[in-house]
Design a protein around this ligand. Structure first.
Ligand SMILES: [Zn+2]
Ligand SMILES: [Zn+2]
Length: 138
């Protein structure tokens, strides 16, 4: 998203919204995948040479459970604030900073649910769905 700073009045907040293509943003790294577009909503306020941008990102995401390896759907949502020095600039492109904020959320370990039982270490059965007989012969 490009914010034209030229026409921003001092201390007046301008709101805008835009859809982002996760593929274009190169967001498909780590354990989060984004199957659809993300919606970016911003409030931009100029104060002299400073531009403050409040950002809300929201969109569907797919996660893979660290224990049972099943994919499940979730909603990605994050609010953050960006600051720019706009002295001499006519516009600011916030996409790289938005990408950084999203990538920072990539968790190391995620569970499909709090009590996920994971996979049996012996036969690989998904213990959320089935019982295996490994325990008896352990
Ligand atoms: Zn799981
Ligand atoms: Zn088993």
């Amino acid at each position: 998203m490009k914010i034209a700073t030229k026409h921003l009045e001092n201390d007046k907040t301008v709101s805008m919204s835009e859809k982002m293509d996760p593929e274009e943003m190169d967001l498909d790294i780590g354990v989060m995948h984004f199957p659809g577009s993300l919606v970016l909503t911003v409030d931009a306020t100029r104060s002299g040479h400073d531009l403050t941008v409040g950002v809300h990102v929201e969109g569907p995401c797919e996660l893979t459970c660290s224990l049972c390896l099943e994919e499940f759907n979730n909603v990605f949502e994050k609010d953050f604030t960006l600051h720019y020095d706009i002295k001499g600039l006519e516009s600011v492109v916030i996409d790289p900073d938005v990408r950084d904020e999203i990538i920072m959320e990539n968790p190391v370990r995620i569970l499909c649910r709090q009590d996920c039982r994971g996979l049996c270490p012996f036969c690989g059965a998904n213990l959320n769905h089935e019982k295996c007989n490994c325990k008896e012969t352990e």
